[in-house]
Design a protein around this ligand. Structure first.
Ligand SMILES: Cc1cc2nc3c(=O)[nH]c(=O)nc-3n(C[C@H](O)[C@H](O)[C@H](O)COP(=O)(O)OP(=O)(O)OC[C@H]3O[C@@H](n4cnc5c(N)ncnc54)[C@H](O)[C@@H]3O)c2cc1C
Length: 583
């Protein structure tokens, strides 16, 4: 095996680094088999990862098991905004807005300044007289609730000024505009970083580890049975409490546990398109009203993310697919304001995600917020669902509090508002040193800054790989936004196990390049092989599975409706060979 990462050569568990490599994977399995945990968390989305971090930093022993990859569910497929939610203001839900704005501020300043960045939006006004004071009053409230603490407050613009800021808009599409700020993060990277931080504080974090059963002692849940989705081996994991943090899979896990849930979760599909930055000339993002909701045009490096839709989804939960109709809807919506309309050929990437929305619930549910619900569904079993990405930290604290009656001894209060995520400490100083750092490693300052905004102070670990193997500082062929060292690091430190993990979540090559990762799949698999010890046949299998996925997605995106699109998408094989299909 390779000397590039050290992960394979050093089988000792090195949780202190928050590393998720093969050595940690093996050690994690041993711990799952032999330890009794305070908590087992099911689901490595942002909520489960947040729960693991919350519990570990309260001094609890915790294991997080994820069936597929970190953030492979909804948490890599959102609009990527940390936002207060302007629509809640209209619904007079001031508490929710204040809470979300507090979280946004914490992320921007203390917990994840390397990952979470301010982003501005232009709201084009379309009605004269009444609309400007209406929007101004709402945004004034937004700003006063914390919306303008570390980012600028609202700014009012005439039509001419708004058009100077967003020349892509049609002149007759607005009578003026208002600009305000929210925040954005790469959701998959943020979730993975939360999980790594939990590992840093001692949590077992194990992907490709599916819960396939629950352990019970009479009516009490005492643990779970898990299956390694790579080799099919199984073991029991014992814990004082189990937390179901599986988003749209909540009901499925509830059924598996054999008990009745206190609330149900339904899935609503949202589709986003990715288009090149030069197709919409604007120095700000856009927020547009649609008949039922809003449409965002969000700046994303050299691209725009445009979305989203909102439709019920009752088909495959792991691979929701976008239809031709979804794509047409998003294009039509944004084209209603653009001087030069977007066409299908402009689309670089498409992704679909499922919102875990609360459905039926009974009177005993402790619904702590209009957005999320937490319930101790049985002794030893807590379920949490709903909510939004922005408030994951609050949800996590609520979930651990709800499990407290099942834990021996007193449980310390949540402290995650004081726990910076991995890479946050030292980030600002490194930004000031970006020129020196770049010069030392032979990297352009722009590239260096890009790396800092992905890894924070953990960038040193990535740079070390390149120092010992300078060829790794070369860009990935056909995906030059990423360095080859980042591919190796994704496997050695960030828990990627399959080509899909690297191309869709550790990097965003699958949505940022029109080839959707196919053009560089073989090279990326070869880089991964140096750490994972893949032979040529295994590399070929990874490439074949990934390309089949891309082909199935492309095919599904030409279909007229969900049923046809789902049939095309689910025809592609799973990357994880031993994943148990949903019953
Ligand atoms: C289109 C869209 C746009 C959105 N935009 C925003 C936004 O801009 N801002 C915002 O704040 N929120 C947004 N949201 C909401 C936000 O993304 C979700 O609320 C959040 O990501 C849900 O996280 P989760 O951890 O609950 O679920 P998930 O991320 O889905 O995680 C659940 C995990 O459980 C795992 N799992 C399932 N079964 C098992 C099993 N048997 N064993 C082990 N693991 C299992 C799954 O593999 C999955 O990884 C958006 C959502 C959508 C769909």
């Amino acid at each position: 095996m390779s000397d590039r990462s050290g992960a394979v050569q050093d089988p000792l568990w090195s949780g202190a680094a928050g590393r998720l490599g093969l050595g940690e994977r093996e050690a994690g399995w041993q711990r799952l088999r032999t330890e009794r945990f305070d908590l087992v968390v099911i689901g490595g989305g942002v909520v489960g990862s947040g729960v693991a971090l919350d519990a570990a930093t309260r001094g609890l022993s915790v294991a997080l098991v994820e069936a597929r990859d970190l953030a492979s569910g909804t948490s890599s497929r959102s609009s990527k905004l940390f936002h207060g939610g302007l629509r809640y203001l209209e619904q007079l839900e001031f508490g929710l807005v204040r809470e979300a704005l507090r979280e946004r501020e914490l992320m921007l300043t203390r917990l994840a300044p390397h990952l979470v960045k301010p982003v501005s939006f232009l709201y084009p006004l379309t009605h004269r007289v009444w609309e400007r004071p209406y929007v101004a009053a709402g945004l004034k409230l937004y700003d006063s609730m914390g919306g303008a603490r570390s980012v600028p407050g609202q700014k009012h613009l005439s039509r001419a000024a708004a058009l100077r800021m967003a020349p892509a808009l049609r002149r007759d599409a607005l009578v003026g505009g208002v600009r305000y700020f929210d925040a954005i993060a790469d959701d998959a990277r943020h979730t993975m970083t939360v999980a790594r931080t939990a590992a840093q504080y001692g949590a077992v974090v194990r992907t490709s580890t599916q819960v396939v059963g629950f352990l019970r002692d009479m009516d009490r849940v005492t643990g779970v049975r898990v299956r390694d989705c790579e080799d099919g081996s199984e073991t029991d994991v014992r814990a004082s409490a189990v937390l179901n943090c599986t988003g749209v899979w909540t009901d499925e896990l509830q059924r598996l546990s054999g008990g009745r849930g206190r609330f149900r979760v339904r899935a609503s599909k949202g589709v986003h398109l990715v288009v090149p930055r030069d197709r919409i000339i604007s120095e700000t993002g856009l927020i547009l009203r649609t008949p039922t909701s809003v449409l965002f045009v969000i700046p994303w490096l050299d691209h725009w993310i445009v979305g989203t839709t909102d439709t019920d989804w009752n088909l495959d939960l792991a691979h929701p697919s976008a239809t031709r109709a979804d794509i047409d809807y998003v294009l039509d919506s944004v084209n209603s304001v653009l001087a030069t309309p977007l066409v299908h050929d402009d689309i670089e990437g498409v992704y679909a995600g499922l919102r875990p929305l609360l459905a039926g619930e009974d009177a005993e549910t402790s619904r702590l917020s209009r957005e999320h619900a937490v319930a101790r569904v049985a002794p030893g079993l807590v379920a949490i669902a709903g909510g939004k990405y922005t408030t994951y930290r609050v949800m996590a604290a609520d979930a651990v509090d709800a499990a407290a009656p099942d834990l021996p001894g007193r449980v310390a209060p949540s402290i995650t508002d004081k726990v910076p995520l991995l890479g946050a400490d030292g980030y600002h100083a490194l930004v000031n040193q970006v020129d020196t750092l770049g010069a030392r490693h032979g990297l352009h300052p722009y590239r260096m800054r890009h790396l800092l905004d992905r890894y924070g102070s953990a960038v040193h670990q990535v740079l070390e790989l390149g120092s010992s193997h300078p060829e790794l500082f070369a860009p990935v062929p056909d995906a030059p936004a990423y360095l080859q060292a980042e591919i190796v690091y994704a496997v050695s430190h960030e828990g990627a196990l399959h080509l899909e993990d690297v191309l869709t979540r550790r990097t965003r090559i699958s949505i940022e390049y029109p080839h959707r990762g196919e053009a560089c799949a073989a090279e990326v698999a070869a880089l991964m092989a140096t750490v994972l010890g893949w032979d040529e046949a295994r590399q070929r299998r990874e490439v074949d599975v990934y390309c089949a996925r891309v082909a199935a997605e492309r095919d599904s995106q030409t279909q007229p409706d969900d049923t046809a699109a789902d049939a095309r998408r689910t025809a592609a094989p799973e990357a994880r060979p031993q994943l148990q299909p949903a019953s």
